[in-house]
Design a protein around this ligand. Structure first.
Ligand code: RET
Length: 251
């Protein structure tokens, strides 16, 4: 059987298809957000621009991962370079549509962006560390601490408090956005753990090393589409509601 990156054909095909699917989904989401900008009032356009940037950056990296993988190579760095650029943007765009004052936004955005950067930067050494090593656990835990800080800010900090005061349709959509964020962010560490076949969780399921690699790659790819394009669509619908409620009409 043909083997690439130690995978037998069926596992290989699953990863190949997931990378191809994510390239297409994120590429088209990039175009969609670009052409939809003028439906949104100028005050919230930056959020849509950020969605387009996020999906464009990701489509490029997925294309690199897909073509590398098809050629029998792999570099986990593409995924982390992508996250390093896109995850801070994801938190920044939430602040734009959250309804917090400019002063609060100026204060919390840098904090959230730095924590998001550190979450990804400290996750990388764990991701490339040997499976079953204490390094993988240690860096994973440090990265997890930064993730918890970001979630704390978004639920209990000033952004969280403002989000709770929003009522009606916009309030409901903001709530959905927060839950989508918790759900999508929460599953990354789970895939990180499942990706190591020697981890307790992977052993409970009985994943072989090849299966563990497939699960982490397919899992990260599916989560990325949800956390970038899906999240961008919810951001867009919030920005549209805000534009309409402020009397904005697209030209
Ligand atoms: C890592 C390492 C293990 C510990 C934790 C992680 C968290 C990753 C997250 C990534 C989010 C990525 C997004 C990308 C979408 O564009 C790095 C896997 C906590 C939360 C939202």
């Amino acid at each position: 059987m043909e083997e690439v990156k130690g995978l037998v054909v069926s596992n290989h095909d699953l990863v190949y298809n997931a990378l191809s699917f994510s390239t297409a989904a994120l590429g088209i989401a990039f175009v969609y957000f670009l052409v939809s900008r003028n439906r949104i009032a100028p005050a919230y356009r930056n959020a849509i621009t950020m969605s387009a940037m996020i999906c464009g950056i990701a489509a490029y990296h997925y294309w690199r991962m897909f073509s590398n993988f098809s050629g029998g190579e792999w570099n986990e760095g593409y995924r982390y370079a992508d996250w390093l650029l896109t995850v801070p943007l994801l938190v920044a765009e939430l602040v734009v549509v959250s309804g917090v004052s400019k002063e609060v936004a100026k204060k919390v955005t840098p904090r959230l962006v730095i924590a998001a950067l550190l979450m990804i930067a400290t996750g990388y050494p764990g991701e490339v560390a040997a499976h079953g090593s204490s390094d993988r656990t240690l860096w994973g835990a440090i990265s997890g601490a930064f993730m918890l800080y970001v979630l704390y800010e978004l639920f209990a900090g000033e952004v969280g408090k403002t989000l709770k005061t929003q009522t009606g349709e916009i309030g409901k959509k903001l709530n959905n956005l927060r839950y989508l964020l918790v759900f999508t962010w929460g599953i990354y560490p789970i895939f990180y753990i499942l990706g190591d076949s020697t981890s307790w969780l992977a052993e409970q399921i009985g994943l072989s090393p090849e299966e563990a690699t497939t699960v982490i790659q397919v899992g990260y790819s599916a989560s990325d589409v949800l956390a970038k394009a899906g999240y961008g669509l919810v951001i867009m619908s919030i920005a549209l509601s805000r534009s309409e409620s402020e009397g904005y009409r697209a030209a």
